[in-house]
Write a protein that binds this ligand. Sequence first.
Ligand code: SAM
Length: 258
Amino acid sequence: THFGFRTVAEEDKEKLVKHVFSNVAENYDYMNDAMSLGIHRLWKDHFVAKLDPGKRPGGEPLSFLDVAGGTGDIAFRILDHAARVHGDTESIMNIVDINPEMLAEGEKRSKQTAYKDGSRLNFKVQNAETLDAIPDNSQDVYTVAFGIRNFTNIPKALETAHRVLKPGGVFCCLEFSKVNNALFDTIYQQYSFNVIPLLGQILVNDRDSYQYLVESIARFPSQTKFAQMIEDAGFTLAGNGYEDLSFGIAAIHTGVKL
Ligand code: SAM
C-alpha cells in the first residue's frame, strides 16, 4: 500500500480478521478505551439514541439484528434504550458475528445484563456477507458498528442487509470515516499510524493487530462514497445519508428499505 505496509490478498482477509479479533476479544473494551480516550462509548450512545429503537404503542415487538455484534456492546444498548424510552421489553435481538470467540465474550457479558435468561437474545456465528440463518424480509432494524470495514466484500454485505430487512426496515451503520478538517487530520494521521500500533504493543503485546486496524480505517471509503454504496444496494438514504461524529473520525450512515 502507499503506507508501505503489506497488502492483504482478498482471500486472506477473512482469516486475518478472525485472527485479529480472536487476539483482541478479551482486551476489547480496554483497548477501545485506550485508543479512543473513551469516546467510542459516546459515539455508541449517540448511535443508539439517534436510531431510537423500540416497539411503538400498539405495534408488534421488533426483531433487531446486530451484525458483527461481537461483545454485545451495541445490542445491549439497543435493548436498554427500547425498554427505557419505549417501555419495550418484548422485542428480540439477534447478535451475529463471524468470530465465535467474540460471540462467546458477548454471551458471557449478557449474564451481567437484564437479558441474562437469554430468552430475548439469539447469538449466531454468521458471515455478514451471506447471513445464511437469517430469512429474507425478517428484520426490522439492522445495525453494524465498527464491523463493516472488516468485511471482505462490502457491497455483498450491503445487499444481504437489504435482503434480510423487512420493507420499511432500517439499516444503520457506525464506522470510522474520513476526518473533515485538514489540520485535525494531520494530527489524527500521526496518532493513528504512530501511536495506536505502539499502544497495541505496549498494552497487549500485539502490534500487528492494531497495525491492521489502523490500515483498515485508512482503506475504508469516504462518507459520500459509502453512502453511494448503500444506495447502490437498494436503500433510500435519509438526507445525504450520513452524520459525522468528532470531525468525521466516525460517521453514522442510515438507509431505509422501501
Ligand atoms: N460491534 C462491536 C462493537 O462496536 O463493539 C464489535 C466490533 S469489532 C471492532 C468488529 C467485529 O466484526 C469483530 O467481532 C469481527 O469478528 C466481526 N467481523 C469481521 N468480519 C465479519 C464478517 N464478515 N461477518 C460478521 N462479522 C464480522
